[in-house]
Design a protein around this ligand. Structure first.
Ligand code: PRP
Ligand code: MG
Length: 171
């Protein structure tokens, strides 16, 4: 099944000169969506992970389904003001400005093995922020899974050699 063919390319979104890769056609195809989750599951099933950590909003779609498939826990990383308990937070740089992500401070156990999942890797800002946030926890990142890697933006270079597994690469 060609998952790449189910990405819709939309020019000039969100601003002129940017080509947006829309995952909703893939999500809307039950066979393709299952294939994406099964592919993540095959790649990460033997890592011994006990939690999937994901940033809202689109990361939740894949992370929650993968956690269900692997029978492990799900940890939401959210924008400020959304989580009701005590949080750890990180503010990270975007191309223009900054963003903040939060996670409950008791979301991970010491030494717990985790998978970090997101739909798209573009500049790597979100993922770098997530990894910075995870430093508050003595957790071990045993896998990073991305559905669509925009390779030409070189986001992978920001990961200091941490292994990243993408299902679709756009060059
Ligand atoms: C999108 C996408 C990734 C991120 C990738 O999230 O879901 O999380 O951008 O871009 P980056 O590598 O440059 O950080 P965004 O916060 O834009 O929207 P969402 O809430 O729909 O997930
Ligand atoms: Mg996102």
């Amino acid at each position: 099944m060609d998952l790449r063919a189910l990405l819709r390319e939309i020019p000039d979104v969100p601003k002129p000169g940017i080509l947006f890769f829309d995952i909703t056609p893939l999500l809307g195809d039950g066979v393709a969506f299952r294939k994406a989750i099964d592919t993540f599951a095959e790649r990460f099933a033997d890592k011994g992970a006990t939690k999937v950590v994901c940033a809202e909003a689109r990361g939740f779609i894949f992370g929650a389904a993968l956690a269900y498939k692997l029978g492990i826990g799900f940890v939401p990383v959210r924008k400020p003001g959304k989580l009701p308990w005590k949080t750890a937070s990180v503010t990270y740089d975007l191309e223009y400005g900054t963003d903040t992500l939060c996670m409950h401070e008791d979301a991970l156990l010491h030494g717990e093995k985790v998978l970090v999942i997101d739909d798209v890797l573009a500049t790597g800002g979100t993922l770098t922020g997530m990894l910075q946030l995870m430093k508050n926890f003595e957790a071990e990142i045993v896998g990073i899974g991305i559905l669509v890697e925009l390779c030409f933006l070189n986001g992978r270079d920001k990961l200091n050699g941490l292994p990243l597994d993408s299902i679709i690469q756009i060059s």
